[in-house]
Structure formats: C-alpha cells, structure tokens
Design a protein around this ligand. Structure first.
Ligand SMILES: Cc1ncc(COP(=O)(O)O)c(C=O)c1O
Length: 403
C-alpha cells in the first residue's frame, strides 16, 4: 500500500488521490440502504473522473448527466447513452441534437418549454424522447441545499400541472413516462431524508391518481450526504430502506412489480470520501504580525463552488498536531479571494510540509476555478488495493483554435 507522502513525492503536488475501493464501498452501502429494485443514478458532476465513474458503472449504476461533456465522460467510463438521464434547465437545440444523435433517450424536462424543445429535437431525428417531468412541489420537509420547493429554475411548479399537463402529454416527439424530483442535496440527517422521500412518494402518487400524471417511472431524487473538505464519515442510513418501503406500500402498492420503476440519484455520497487533496507549503510569511501559509493549491484546485461561500475554512488534518498556531491558509493565486482559511488553528507548518484535505472526492477539482490564472491542473491518481491504478492530468493548455 502506497502512503500519501510517497504519492506526493512520486507525482508532485497539488495532487488529487481517489481510492476506487472506497467508491465501491460507498456504492455498496447506498445500494444496501435502498429497497431492492431501486435503480441508482450517479450524478457525474460530483466527480467526472472516468475511473471513478467506471466503478459506479460496474456496480450497476446508471448516469445522470447534464452536458455534452458529461455524456463524453459517461461513455468513456463505459455507460451506454441509453442508460443516461439527461437533466438541466438550459438545454439548447444544439446540445439536444448532439446527445440524441449519440443515443440518449431519457430526459428530465424542467419546464413546458424545455419539454417542447426536447420533443422538437427528437422529431428532427425521427425518434421519440422519453421524458420525466421534474416537479417543483410547494413544500419541502428537509434541510440541506434546497433546489425546489420555492421559485426555482428547476422543475415545473406543481400547482400549474392541472392546467398544463394535458398539453404536456400531447407534445410531439416527447412521451411523458413519469416524474422526477430532486428537491435537495446534502440532507441534514436520515430523518430529514426519509421525510423528504416520503412526501415525494405521496405527492407523485397523488398526481398520478388525481391528474393522470403518467408514472411508469419515478425518480425520487437524492439528498444523500457527505462531509466536504473536513474530516468525518459519510452517514449511514439504517432506517431508510424500511421507511421507504413503508411509504411505497402505502402510496404506490404495485412498486414491487416495477410499477413504477423507481430510481434515486447521488453524487457526493458515492465519491466524497474516496478523495484527498495533497498540497505542499510553498511559502510562509509574516505580514504585520499575521502569519500566512501559502500552499501550491488554491481555489483553482480546491474549494469547488467557493463563490457560494460553502468551503471556508478548509480543515487541515492534524495527524500529529504538535504545536499549533494561528495563521491564514492561502493559495498561490493573485487574488485576495484565494483564501482557504482565515486565521485558523494550524500545525506549525513550514515550507515543503505536506497538507492533506480530506473528503474532497466530490465537487473537488472540476467544481473549482480550474482555468483561473492559468496554472496547470493538479494530477489525479486513482488507487486500487492501495496502489496506483491510473495517473492523469486534465489538459488546460491555452490553445485557442478557430471554430
Ligand atoms: C438533478 C441532480 N441530481 C443529482 C445531483 C447530485 O447531488 P449530490 O451530489 O448532493 O448527491 C444534483 C446536484 O446538484 C442534481 O442537480
């Protein structure tokens, strides 16, 4: 088994390391936490590394994608286009032409106009697109990163369905096969997640019964949680399976015969704890009495979605904290925004020391400001059985081509 320090010496820093065995373990844990017969979509946006995605494919996951780039990742990882669910509120004609041409057939429609656009694109290629209507319900039980349950670019407002549904069912080129809910990400705890799924199942069944919303297929969404760039374990969901079965028995009694076919989605839970980022201290300076520890990885490599202020402060693992001191942990970029932790407790770090950011396998590298300031992308190493399985670097050379 290769240690992290050895990997940093061998491949340089900053370095992302993904342990594929941990991806497989998370996948197995999540499958075991769900009722039998549930399909699981891997949200490629969480980590598009093809080896990571391939482990999920091997475990029977399908892929949730929302760009032509994610389709390419999915195909590289071994998914078939026909296994993918294509989502997103801003689908363009050109991208729909491309992905339908490549064989994608299942789409989440985020609005009536989105559904019409999908239908037109399918007709241009003389195929039928199967569509799930993403529903924006009026309430939401759980706390987490909420995506619907309020005015949103995601989903069709549930209260408009009585009026718009007949038209949606008649859109040429698009066959409405069911409903899609993705109400939140990173639910606070198991009880919150169960409450959310229960209300989704109840709402879907009611829409089917009262409005005739087709329900061959029901994607209840996700919200499975994981720590982000701080120490900690991904949660277990010991009660989810029984509680979800109970809700399904109550509201959708034929679910055990695949009526509807059921799925849910996860990104972070499946991959977060597989990844660490290794970075080295390149400089330490004192400015007017304040200490700044400068790393070779900043918000170009870490701190995905840092614009949303989700990251600060990063936690630095203190295996042997020894003496600690207060300092600001910053990256190498020429912007005061490249601040990973302001005046935080750190070990007494010196130039050349290795710093480990844990639980960064989801929304790490590709959710960061990778192209900002033109630094090369960190290498990414995958491990199997504790030893390197692949090494690669995303190519960010600034080669401008004429279209
Ligand atoms: C439609 C959809 N599915 C799945 C996900 C993955 O979320 P998470 O990584 O929290 O599981 C997202 C995240 O934004 C999403 O928008």
């Amino acid at each position: 088994v290769t240690g992290l320090a050895d990997l940093a010496d061998r491949f340089g820093t900053p370095l992302y390391v993904y342990d594929l065995d941990r991806v497989a373990a998370a996948r197995n844990d999540l499958r075991a936490a769900l009722p039998a017969g549930f399909d699981l979509f891997y949200a490629i946006k969480a980590n598009p590394h093809p080896d990571v995605a391939a482990v999920l494919r091997e475990g029977g996951c399908r892929a949730e994608i929302s760009s032509t780039g994610e389709l390419l990742t999915a195909l590289t990882a071994g998914f078939r286009a026909g296994e993918c669910l294509y989502t997103g509120p801003g689908k363009t004609d050109a991208e729909l032409d491309e992905v339908i041409g490549a064989g994608v057939r299942l789409f989440s429609a985020e609005s009536p106009s989105d559904l019409a656009r999908i239908g037109r694109a399918a007709r241009r290629q003389r195929v039928l697109a199967e569509c799930v209507l993403r529903i924006n319900g009026t309430t939401g039980a759980a706390t987490g990163i909420r995506m619907t349950g309020r005015p949103s670019q995601f989903g069709i407002d549930v209260e408009t369905l009585p009026e718009v549904l007949p038209g949606l069912l008649a859109v040429p080129g698009a066959r409405v096969v069911g409903a899609h809910f993705f109400t939140l990400s990173n639910a606070a705890d198991e009880a919150a997640l169960i409450a959310e799924f229960t209300s989704v199942v109840e709402l879907a069944a009611g829409l089917n019964r009262e409005l005739g919303l087709p329900l061959e297929f029901l994607d209840i969404g996700g919200g499975f949680a994981a720590p982000y760039a701080v120490p900690g374990e991904r949660p277990g969901y010991p009660n989810l399976r029984a509680e979800l079965e109970h809700a399904l028995d109550l509201h959708l009694p034929d679910w055990r015969s695949d009526r509807p076919r059921l799925t849910c989605e996860s990104g972070r839970y499946l991959v977060a704890d597989s990844g660490v980022l290794l970075s080295r201290v390149v400089n330490v300076k004192i400015s007017r009495g304040s200490r700044f520890v400068v790393l070779d990885a900043g918000i170009n490599a870490l701190g995905g979605l840092s614009g949303l202020g989700r990251l600060l402060p990063v936690a630095v693992r203190l295996d042997d904290p020894g003496q600690t001191e207060t300092a600001s942990l910053v990256g190498p970029l020429c912007t005061p925004g490249d601040m990973l932790g302001r005046d935080i407790r750190l070990p007494a770090l010196d130039v050349g020391d290795l710093v480990t950011v844990p639980n960064i396998g989801a929304y790490g590298l590709t959710a960061s400001l990778l192209a900002f300031l033109g630094r090369p992308a960190p290498a990414e190493v995958t491990l199997r059985g504790g030893t390197p399985h692949s090494v690669s670097t995303v190519d960010l050379r600034r080669v401008y081509r004429q279209p």
